[in-house]
Design a protein around this ligand. Structure first.
Ligand SMILES: Nc1nc2c(c(=O)[nH]1)N[C@H]1C(S)=C(S)[C@@H](COP(=O)(O)OP(=O)(O)OC[C@H]3O[C@@H](n4cnc5c(=O)[nH]c(N)nc54)[C@H](O)[C@@H]3O)O[C@H]1N2
Ligand SMILES: Nc1nc2c(c(=O)[nH]1)N[C@H]1C(S)=C(S)[C@@H](COP(=O)(O)OP(=O)(O)OC[C@H]3O[C@@H](n4cnc5c(=O)[nH]c(N)nc54)[C@H](O)[C@@H]3O)O[C@H]1N2
Ligand code: SF4
Ligand SMILES: [Mo]
Length: 698
């Protein structure tokens, strides 16, 4: 059966299933395939990347799950929904009766729609009454969010529409490779590129860095020092915006006490970035008519990631950029709903509307909407890695429900995480395909995917979008909302507390978010269907939305932004004699995240079929490795194998691995789970390794 044969053959306007750009596309169902056509939506302006073009292939893929699977005698076997859901509910009840409510845990994802993220948080707190819920956004935007909250009093990745970037003649892109991670985004940088003002900070010479007029390649994990050096140059070279700092900020003095010690020549010794280049960056940004500082995971995914983002924000504040139309500071959110996913309560410390779970007023507001007593709501739980690390331990969870993440591939120290999962009494995974995590589960639940269901997403600019249903789901699969409903009922909840209709869930979400920082109360499906561009907060149905935050004031009570004093510490694991190189990890254009989806699309897996490691040719040669050889890369956590790609522009002390591949090709077999003290972000972007031929030792 083809999925689309029975659906109407009219084009439906929707958005891409993958990243936070949420490119606009139309889907036209046709027998046997669904046709993707790009649309003129502001974020992509008619562009799509190769992942977007090929996204419909997974709708009809034979890799698609269409029946629940239950493990019997060690093997996953086809089952029925009733059997699967009954089994999960019975086991959860037994486990919680024996070990307490927190013995059941939930792991969510930033790809889930707002409705799913909201209902998942409610399910954990109300149906399971567990505090143990967190999600993969902890591995993604948490450092950016922590720093944004401190400085601005609110966390919206981009507090301005993307199209504003066109007005900039200088953009500093830090740890971002949008030419591969968001290709249609690059067109928004054209103004800066044409003006010779695109500056890229990345230890690798990426396709993005190739387009820059200035590429700084610091040693990985030294960005914080670099930001201090550039800020020093701003002050020393008379480029500091005194009037802005006086009227719109607080706290510069404490920052200067640290920055004063980080003159560019000293910073050069740590980062390898020439002092003259640090001064050039300061001058380019200060002299630009309009300038932006934008960060992404390269600078954020460190054990000092939150402080590093604070350092870049301090630089932007000293130049007077945030809250000025045509200029600003922003963090590039990654996952499709990475922004909305962190606002509606699937995070360990959070309730809907970006409320804090330990705030009594927030608890009361949300408990009211949910029809429970505030005291019944659990408190904050463990962060993502800490949760995975605690699984099956004496006081850790004994059951885990995963929705929208493939942690066996994407979590740091992945072998340890897989070992923790194996100690559980119950692992449940809801997914479209048999991901590496689903393959370890006791019960696998097949769910619908983007084009087969309705829901809202909030893109990287805080704009709420309606993803429309374009085709009918295959027989046998259910939506995540239906799964939560089915489980909640079996756990003794009234059915109407867990609606299966996305619009009904959204109506409740609006009420729950009312008065919160991320206020969606004025947004309706009707307004979204009418094509309105609504950026949150939207506090009333008559409110036009807030494309630009901070033009008049920041979100702190006094309206001023905060400088946050931070100092350089460096990577948690410096190289040594045993592990003399540093490894960093990231992305390639053709694959998305753990690769669960894109590795199952032929065109993409043919283009990049296996893991590779980028190495400087001399570094490779010294170890007896040539381009195309298979190499062994080892760290204190484990070892992985990858095909050598000799890249003459690489730093000789660095190797790079994409993290999209499974099994013994997982980059995360190496990574260091050292956590940022504030954001609890793991240090994905730097660890000490050695490199050798597959059977040699060095
Ligand atoms: N093709 C593709 N696109 C994606 C995704 C995907 O998986 N594949 N995922 C989406 C998601 S969820 C996210 S979060 C975004 C991520 O988007 P990006 O942040 O652009 O992607 P990354 O490749 O993780 O990291 C960016 C760069 O950081 C550099 N880097 C490493 N260490 C350091 C360092 O210490 N300092 C600095 N300054 N840079 C460093 C790396 O060399 C890399 O080129 O992409 C989104 N888009
Ligand atoms: N070494 C290293 N590791 C990293 C990173 C890095 O840069 N380096 N980046 C980190 C970052 S930024 C991120 S965001 C994470 C992402 O890593 P993951 O959390 O593993 O992300 P995905 O691979 O997108 O996993 C989503 C899973 O959910 C399924 N899925 C998709 N949509 C739905 C849905 O609507 N419902 C349900 N139930 N399932 C769905 C997909 O098929 C897939 O199996 O990886 C992190 N890990
Ligand atoms: S850039 Fe992101 S949203 Fe756009 S087509 Fe590619 S993966 Fe999809
Ligand atoms: Mo991400």
């Amino acid at each position: 059966m083809t999925l689309t044969a029975t659906a109407p053959a009219t084009a439906v306007d929707t958005h891409c299933p993958y990243c936070a750009l949420q490119c606009g596309m139309s889907l036209t169902p046709r027998p046997g395939e669904t046709q993707v056509t790009p649309r003129d939506f502001p974020a992509n302006a008619g562009g799509l990347c190769q992942k977007g073009w090929t996204s419909a292939a997974l709708l009809t893929s034979p890799a698609r799950l269409t029946t629940p699977l239950v493990r019997v005698d060690g093997e996953l076997r086809p089952s029925t929904w009733d059997t699967a859901l009954d089994l999960i509910a019975r086991k959860l009840t037994e486990i919680q009766a024996a070990h307490g409510k927190d013995a059941a845990a939930v792991f969510g994802g930033g790809g889930l729609t707002n409705e799913k993220a909201y209902l998942l948080g409610k399910f954990a707190r109300v149906a399971l009454r567990t505090s143990q819920i967190d999600y993969n956004g902890r591995f993604c935007m948490s450092s950016a969010a922590a720093a944004g909250n401190k400085a601005f009093g609110i966390d919206r990745g981009l507090p301005f529409p993307l199209t504003d970037l066109a007005e900039a003649d200088a953009v500093l892109l830090v740890g971002a490779n949008p030419a591969e991670t968001m290709p249609p985004f690059v067109q928004h940088l054209r103004g800066a590129t044409d003006a010779g003002g695109l500056i890229v900070v990345d230890p690798r010479r990426t396709p993005t860095a190739e387009q820059a007029s200035l590429h700084l390649a610091p040693a990985p994990g030294t960005d914080l020092a670099l930001a201090l050096g550039i800020l020093h140059a701003v002050v020393a070279d008379g480029l500091f915006n005194w009037s802005y700092v006086d009227t719109r900020t607080r706290g510069f003095d404490a920052v200067w006490r640290i920055v004063a010690r980080w003159w560019p020549e000293r910073v050069e010794r740590i980062t390898g970035v020439a002092a003259a280049d640090q001064r050039r960056v300061a001058a380019k940004l200060a002299r630009a008519r309009n300038a932006y500082v934008l960060t992404a995971r390269g600078t954020e995914q460190h054990a000092s990631g939150a402080d590093t983002v604070s350092a870049w924000i301090n630089l932007a504040l000293a130049l007077g950029l945030p809250g000025r139309k045509g200029s600003g500071f922003g963090c590039l959110t990654g996952q499709g709903n990475g922004q909305g996913g962190r606002e509606h309560g699937q995070k360990a410390d959070q309730l809907p509307g970006y409320r804090k779970i330990d705030d009594p007023a927030a608890r009361e507001h949300v408990a009211n909407i949910w029809g429970v007593e505030p005291d019944e709501l659990p408190g904050p739980g463990r962060s993502a890695y800490e949760l995975l690390d605690a699984l099956g331990t004496e006081d850790g969870p004994r059951a885990l429900l995963v929705f929208g993440s493939n942690v066996v591939v994407s979590a740091p120290r992945a072998a340890h995480v897989a070992e923790r999962l194996s100690t559980l009494d119950l692992l449940v995974v809801a997914d479209l395909v048999l991901s590496e995590t689903a393959a370890l589960a006791d019960v696998v639940l097949p769910v619908t995917q983007w084009a087969e269901e309705e829901g809202t997403m909030t893109n990287l600019e805080g704009r709420i979008l309606l993803r429309r249903q374009a085709i009918r789901p295959p027989a046998g699969v259910r939506t995540d909302l239906e799964v939560l409903n089915g489980l909640a009922i079996r756990l003794g909840q009234p059915a109407d507390r867990f609606p299966v209709d996305a619009e009904t869930v959204f109506t409740e979400l609006r009420a729950a978010s009312r008065g919160g920082l991320a206020d969606y109360s004025g947004i309706s499906y009707e307004r979204l269907r009418a094509g309105e561009a609504l950026h949150w907060p939207v506090p009333a149905e008559t409110h036009p939305g807030t494309p630009r935050l901070f033009l008049d004031r920041f979100a702190h009570a006094d309206g001023r932004a905060r400088f946050v004093p931070v100092d350089h510490v460096g990577p948690a694991e410096p190289p040594d004699a045993e592990f003399p190189l540093q490894a960093t990890t990231g992305r390639v254009l053709q694959h998305y995240q753990s690769g669960a989806q894109t590795r199952r699309i032929e065109e993409l897996s043919d283009a990049v079929p296996e893991a590779y490691v980028e190495v400087h040719p001399d570094t490779a040669a010294r170890r007896g490795l040539a381009d195309g050889d298979r190499a062994r890369i080892a760290s204190r956590r484990g070892e992985t194998t990858a095909r050598v790609r000799c890249v003459p522009t690489m730093r000789p002390d660095l190797v790079f691995l994409p993290f999209h591949f499974p099994g013994d090709q997982r980059a995360n077999l190496l990574t260091n789970p050292a956590l940022d003290p504030t954001s609890r972000m793991p240090e994905f972007k730097v660890c000490a390794v050695n490199l050798s031929t597959v059977d040699g030792d060095s």
